[in-house]
Design a protein around this ligand. Structure first.
Ligand SMILES: O=C(O)CCC(=O)C(=O)O
Ligand SMILES: [Fe+2]
Length: 314
């Protein structure tokens, strides 16, 4: 018997660069699509041609190589930003393991991480990580330009764009080894401005829709999940909400996911006055994305229902 499903799905938007004709009327239409998807779900699936088949294979191979290193080596990845270093063997989420690579779109960032993990060098790892991150950073520029265009706040984004830094977080989830569904990652919203996710062929990501139901996200290998973070929510004066999401593991295959987190550094984010009017009173004060991340991991931040509102809400 076929079981029909009425479960809602994330919108899919084709952002292949070959088809995007900047400033044409179809581009303007597409900007509206991106905005509606983000306002409706806080996320969408992007079809994007900036990562070739070879690069895709290379980045998953590189990630596997990284996870195969001894725990003692992976634990050397200590960074200032909370939860961005090495995380593994956490009692609440025993299947989960991740490492954050800071400033990954710069040669220096990719090289210093590679050197830390492989003191005698690993050229192919370094190149794959750098190329992949740069390709996704380009997708970020496309998406953010579209959001800015749609709200007519281009000049605000331009001033912030230069202050964007990227953190790549290769993440591994062990399989649930059987039929039961196991928690891979606790429900949360991202503290970034924007997040871009990619995965091997194993699904597991679930995003909470506005009606409270979990959407099981299935995305084809050549696509990416684009997701709003808390910082974007504040910047858009609450028009786009950062969705709650989690990872549930089923089946007997391990899952590898790549999160690229765009964060604004050394720049105070102001809420554009274009997004404030009688129907949309100002909801957030100007804030610093990194200070907010640090706040989130304090007792007050962790306990808060909506940490971005607690931090800079009005
Ligand atoms: O594994 C995924 O698909 C999502 C990971 C995630 O939500 C995160 O690292 O913040
Ligand atoms: Fe997340």
């Amino acid at each position: 018997m076929m079981i029909s499903s009425t479960q809602s799905k994330l919108p899919v938007i084709d952002l292949s660069t070959k088809k995007l004709n900047l400033n044409s009327s179809s581009w303007v239409t597409k900007c509206g699509e991106v905005r509606r998807a983000l306002e409706g779900y806080g996320a969408f699936i992007a079809i994007y041609d900036g990562v070739s088949r070879e690069l895709r294979d290379a980045i998953f191979l590189a990630s596997q190589e990284l996870f195969d290193l001894p725990t003692r080596v992976k634990a050397l990845n200590v960074v200032d930003t909370p939860y961005s270093g090495y995380i593994g063997q956490q009692p609440m989420v025993p299947l989960y393991e991740s490492l954050g690579i800071e400033d990954v779109t710069t040669k220096e960032g990719a090289e210093s991480f590679t050197k830390l993990m492989w003191p005698s060098g690993n050229q192919s790892f370094c190149e794959s990580v750098l190329m992949y991150s740069k390709a996704i950073a380009e997708l970020d520029q496309i998406v953010m330009n579209m959001v800015a265009k749609s709200y007519a706040i281009e000049e605000h984004y331009e001033s912030m764009c230069r202050s964007t830094t990227y953190l790549l977080k290769p993440t591994k989830y062990l399989s649930a080894q059987g039929n039961q569904k196991m928690l891979g990652l606790l429900p949360h919203s991202d503290k970034s401005f924007m997040t871009y996710l990619h995965q091997n062929e194993v699904n597991g990501l679930e995003i909470k829709a506005k009606d409270g139901k979990w959407i099981e996200v299935e995305y084809p290998p050549s696509s990416f999940v684009v997701m709003a973070g808390d910082a974007l929510m504040a910047w858009t004066n609450g028009r786009i909400e950062a969705p709650t999401h989690r990872v549930m593991m089923t089946g007997d295959k391990d899952r590898i996911a790549l999160g690229l987190f765009a964060t604004i550094r050394n720049h105070i984010i102001q809420i554009p006055q274009q997004l404030v009017d009688e129907d949309h009173p100002l909801q957030f004060r100007a804030f610093d994305n990194y200070k907010y991340i640090h706040f989130y991991y304090t007792d007050e931040g962790i306990k808060s229902e909506c940490p971005i509102k607690t931090y800079c809400g009005i």
